[in-house]
Design a binder for this molecule. Structure first.
Ligand code: FE2
Ligand code: FE2
Length: 352
């Protein structure tokens, strides 16, 4: 039987309802409920959308079934106690219905405006920008009018960049706040964040860092042109499926080409994000010196994030294990990744 929302809150507050904090399972691009991290919610404010917790309840067949249980109803004022109870129960992730994505973005915008002049609140601002990027990316990937959303995404990225300053205290913040679960949007936000932070660490210009950020956000856009079943397939791909998947950098490049918000350098990086240092990558098989000078940063950040996030079919690798894999990865005629940039990444992660 469904627990009524105030009853659910009482149970959480009294620690009478056990909620398992499992990795988020992405149900693909069409999932109806989308995650939102608790840290962006502000107590004492009216919520303009329903907020849910994901729980297990007895289904009609008698077995356990995943249910989305209303925790806060649209129009209610979010009591600080309700947030504190979630924190105490170790619940960091709530959910909202996909149809409310505009309302959630407006909610995040409102908080970002309030925090515009607060430089000390890096952690909160980072969470807000991260979720804002995640959702505006979702909107732009799904919209037939990609260009309209690119401006909003770029503006968020420009606000995020100053928070990634390469000082030790900030670096540890960055690795703490990266998403641990994999969805195409979360992966893209992580890749943008890591690439920009590594770019800043290597004293690249602000312009270069924004190129890395935009490329990180849109590098996998081409996947949306492919069949969702193929993209999410857990079994090994057949040769012809693999050939289809290998088209995604070119498909993304074509979708973005001609958009004035997309820097030319970022376009090239989107096309080159699966190129290897020894020329064994795809789609063009370019050797390192024929690639854009920033591609080596994006390629490594992309591969590192792919390994260090949870997937439905495997646990996330630890940073140490992931770096070992990257070090050992060889193409047909040499190391797959640029060894100098790999050393830079290791140095960067040692600080963080
Ligand atoms: Fe990727
Ligand atoms: Fe990719």
């Amino acid at each position: 039987m469904q627990v009524e929302h105030s009853g659910l809150r009482r149970k959480i507050a009294r620690n009478k309802l056990k909620v398992k904090c499992q990795p988020f399972q992405d149900e693909g691009r069409s999932s109806v409920y989308l995650p939102l991290c608790r840290q962006v919610l502000m107590g004492g404010e009216r919520i303009t959308f329903n907020l849910f917790l994901k729980g297990l309840e007895k289904g009609e067949a008698g077995g356990p079934e995943i249910k989305f249980l209303t925790y806060v109803r649209e129009g209610e004022t979010l009591a600080p106690d309700w947030l504190a109870a979630l924190s105490k129960a170790g619940i960091d992730r709530l959910y909202f219905h996909r149809r409310d994505v505009d309302k959630v973005i407006a909610y995040l915008n409102n908080h970002l405006l309030n925090k515009a002049n607060e430089s000390e609140e890096c952690r909160e601002k980072y969470y807000l920008l991260r979720e804002h990027l995640n959702l505006s990316l979702l909107q732009s990937f799904e919209s037939p009018h990609l260009g309209r959303h690119l401006h909003q995404v770029k503006a968020s990225l420009e606000h995020l960049l100053p928070l990634l300053v390469p000082e030790v205290k900030h670096l540890s913040l960055i690795s703490d706040l990266l998403y641990r679960d994999y969805t195409i949007y979360q992966h893209s936000v992580n890749v943008a964040t890591l690439s920009m932070a590594l770019g800043l660490f290597l004293k690249k210009s602000r312009r270069d860092c924004l190129i890395l950020g935009m490329a990180g956000l849109f590098h996998d856009l081409g996947l949306t042109e492919l069949d969702e079943e193929l993209v999410n397939k857990r079994e090994p791909l057949k040769a012809e499926e693999w050939e289809l998947l290998k088209q995604h950098p070119t498909l993304g490049y074509r979708l973005l080409k001609g958009n004035l918000e997309m820097p030319l350098g970022a376009l090239r990086l989107v096309l080159e994000h699966h190129e290897n240092a020894d020329g064994s990558g795809y789609p063009q098989g370019l050797l390192l010196d024929r690639q854009h000078p920033l591609s080596r940063i994006l390629c490594l950040a992309e591969a590192y994030d792919g390994l260090t996030t949870h997937r439905p079919y495997r646990q996330a690798y630890t940073p140490y294990a992931a770096l070992k894999i990257l070090q050992g990865k060889r193409g047909s005629s040499g190391p797959a990744y640029d060894l100098q940039t790999l050393k830079d990444l290791i140095r960067f992660l040692a600080f963080s």
